[in-house]
Write a protein that binds this ligand. Structure first.
Ligand SMILES: Nc1ncnc2c1ncn2[C@@H]1O[C@H](COP(=O)(O)OP(=O)(O)OP(=O)(O)O)[C@@H](O)[C@H]1O
Ligand SMILES: [Mg+2]
Length: 444
C-alpha cells in the first residue's frame, strides 16, 4: 500500500515477524482502527484472539472494530448481521466503529454488552485458521478419566530447532540420538536397534530444557508426545498407571516416536521419598514401560526424552541402563547463545541500534528465561516512557542494560545446590559433565 504511514508499515512488519505477540498485534489493530481501517483491525483482533483466547483487550478491540451490533438481551443474539456467508472483511466493510449510533443510548453503562462471540467467530473464521485441529471429543463424565488424552501432539509450525539460540552441543546430541535416525529410515535400518532408550536433560531452571523439547516436537510433529504430568496423575486410583500405559501404547503404534516427560522429578520422585502410594505406582508403571522399550517387545523406535532441574531427586531406578541411561547437561547459554537468544526475543520488538555485544557481556550466567525477562522488562520501560511522555520511542541499549542490571541471574542458587551433589554424590559418574563445567568456571 503506497499511502500507508511508516508506522503502520513497520508495525505490520513487526507483527509478521512475531505472529504470537498479542500486545503488539493489538497495538497494530488499534492503529488500523484509528485510521478507519476497521476490516483489517477485525482481522488482527481475531488473530490475536486465536493466540490469546478470551483476552479482554482483544475482545474489546474487536467489538469496537466491528461496531458492536445492538444486542437483544433475551437471546443474546445480535439483531442484525445475518449470516450471509460472505467473508468477514466484506461484511464489516463500511461500518465505521466510531459511529456513535452503533450503541443504543438506553443501554445501561455498567451492563457490558453481551456480544455474541460465536457469531463473531463464525464471521471471521474464513480469515483465521481453526483453533483446534482435532475433532471435538465427547467429554462424558465417567469415560473422561480414562480416555482423556494425557499427551499432546504439538501443532506443526510451533517452535522449531532453528528458533533455539545457541545450544549447539545439545542440538547435536539430540540430532544424533534420535532426530537423524527418525528422519532417515535407511540409517535406522542400518543401525537397527539404535533408536531406543532414553535421554535425560538436566540443568538449572530456565535454560531451555522444555523449550528445546518443544522445538524437537515442532520438528517431529505427530511423532512427539508431550506428557503432561497433571493429566497423567489422575485422581482415580489406577487411572494414572493406565494413562502412562496408554501413552506408551500410542508411542509404539506411532513409532518412530519420542515421548517427552517434562519435570520428571515430579513424575518419578525417589520412591523412598514418595509417601503418596499412588505416585509410587506411577513410577513402577513407568519403569515397566521403559523396560518394555528396552526388551524390544514391539517397542522399536520409541525414544524417551525427559527433563528435570533436580536430577538428584529422580528415582535412581529410572536411570539404570536401558532406561533413562544417558544424561545431557543443559547449561546457561554462552556468549554466542546469549546473542542468539537475545536476537530471538528482540526480533518481535521495536528496537533501535541495540548494542548486542555490550548486552551479551552484561548477561553472563543469565538463563534463557532471564534473557527473555530482560527483553520484556526493557520493553516495559520503553513503553512506560512512551506513555508518560506521550511520544512513542523505540527500545534502546540503555533500556536493555538497565533491565539486565535489575535482574539477577536465576541460575546461581541451582549451581550452589548442584555443586554439593556433584562433589559428594557423584555415584557412577552421573554428574561428570557438571563437575567439568564447575571446574571450567572455577566454581569448585
Ligand atoms: N536457547 C534458547 N533460545 C531461545 N530461547 C530460550 C533458550 N533457552 C531458553 N529460552 C527461553 O527461556 C524460556 C524458559 O526456558 P525453558 O522453560 O525451556 O527452561 P527449562 O530448562 O525447561 O526450565 P525449568 O527447569 O524451570 O523447567 C523459554 O520459554 C524461552 O523463552
Ligand atoms: Mg521446563
Amino acid at each position: 500500500m503506497a499511502d500507508e504511514s511508516p508506522l503502520i508499515r513497520s508495525l505490520r512488519a513487526a507483527v509478521a515477524a512475531a505472529p504470537g505477540d498479542v500486545p503488539l498485534r493489538l497495538h497494530f489493530a488499534e492503529l488500523l482502527l484509528s485510521e478507519g481501517r476497521n476490516d483489517e483491525a477485525v482481522t488482527e483482533a481475531a488473530v490475536a484472539l486465536q493466540h490469546a483466547p478470551g483476552d479482554a483487550d482483544a475482545r474489546a478491540l474487536m467489538m469496537r472494530a466491528m461496531g458492536v451490533p445492538p444486542v437483544e438481551q433475551s437471546t443474546g443474539k445480535p439483531v442484525d448481521e445475518p449470516s450471509t456467508g460472505k467473508p468477514a472483511d466484506e461484511q464489516s466493510l463500511g461500518k465505521p466503529v466510531d459511529e456513535p449510533a452503533a450503541r443504543p443510548v438506553d443501554q445501561p453503562a455498567a451492563d457490558r454488552p453481551s456480544f455474541d462471540w460465536d457469531a463473531a467467530e463464525q464471521q471471521v473464521q474464513d480469515l483465521v485458521g481453526p483453533r483446534f485441529l482435532e475433532d471435538p471429543q465427547a467429554a462424558d463424565g465417567e469415560g473422561a478419566a480414562g480416555d482423556a488424552a494425557a499427551w499432546d501432539v504439538d501443532a506443526p509450525g510451533a517452535v522449531r530447532l532453528a528458533d533455539v539460540g545457541g545450544m549447539e552441543e545439545v542440538k547435536d546430541r539430540l540430532e544424533a540420538a534420535f532426530l537423524a535416525p527418525m528422519r532417515n529410515p535407511e540409517l535406522r535400518r542400518l543401525y537397527g536397534k539404535s533408536l531406543r532408550g532414553g535421554l535425560l536433560l538436566y540443568g538449572p531452571p530456565g535454560c531451555g530444557k522444555t523449550f528445546i523439547a518443544r522445538a524437537v516436537a515442532g520438528e517431529l510433529g505427530a511423532n512427539f508426545l508431550t506428557v503432561s504430568l497433571s493429566d497423567v496423575l489422575d485422581m482415580w486410583i489406577g487411572a494414572s498407571e493406565k494413562n502412562i500405559h496408554d501413552i506408551f501404547e500410542t508411542a509404539r503404534r506411532q513409532a518412530p516416536c519420542v515421548v517427552f516427560l517434562d519435570e520428571l522429578d515430579a513424575l518419578g520422585a525417589k520412591r523412598s521419598r514418595t509417601h503418596h502410594s499412588g505416585l509410587r505406582n506411577v513410577v513402577n508403571q513407568l519403569l515397566t514401560e521403559l523396560d518394555g522399550i528396552a526388551s524390544g517387545a514391539g517397542n522399536e523406535g520409541v525414544f524417551v526424552l525427559a527433563a528435570t532441574n533436580v536430577p538428584w531427586d529422580v528415582d535412581i531406578a529410572l536411570r539404570r541402563p536401558g532406561r533413562l541411561d544417558r544424561t545431557l547437561l543443559v547449561l546457561p547459554p554462552d556468549a554466542t547463545a546469549r546473542e542468539a537468544i537475545l536476537r530471538y526475543h528482540l526480533r518481535e520488538r521495536p528496537i533501535e541500534a541495540v548494542d548486542l555485544g555490550k548486552l551479551v557481556k552484561a548477561t553472563e550466567d543469565f538463563s534463557g528465561a532471564d534473557l527473555a525477562h530482560v527483553c520484556e522488562t526493557a520493553a516495559e520501560a520503553a513503553l512506560l516512557d512512551s506513555a508518560r511522555s506521550g511520544s512513542v520511542r523505540l527500545i534502546t541499549t540503555k533500556d536493555l542494560l538497565g533491565a539486565a542490571k535489575q535482574i539477577k541471574p536465576s541460575t546461581e542458587p541451582w549451581f550452589a545446590a548442584a555443586r554439593n551433589v556433584a562433589m559428594f554424590a557423584n555415584e557412577g559418574g552421573l554428574y561428570d559433565d557438571l563437575l567439568a563445567h564447575l571446574k571450567r568456571k572455577r566454581k569448585l
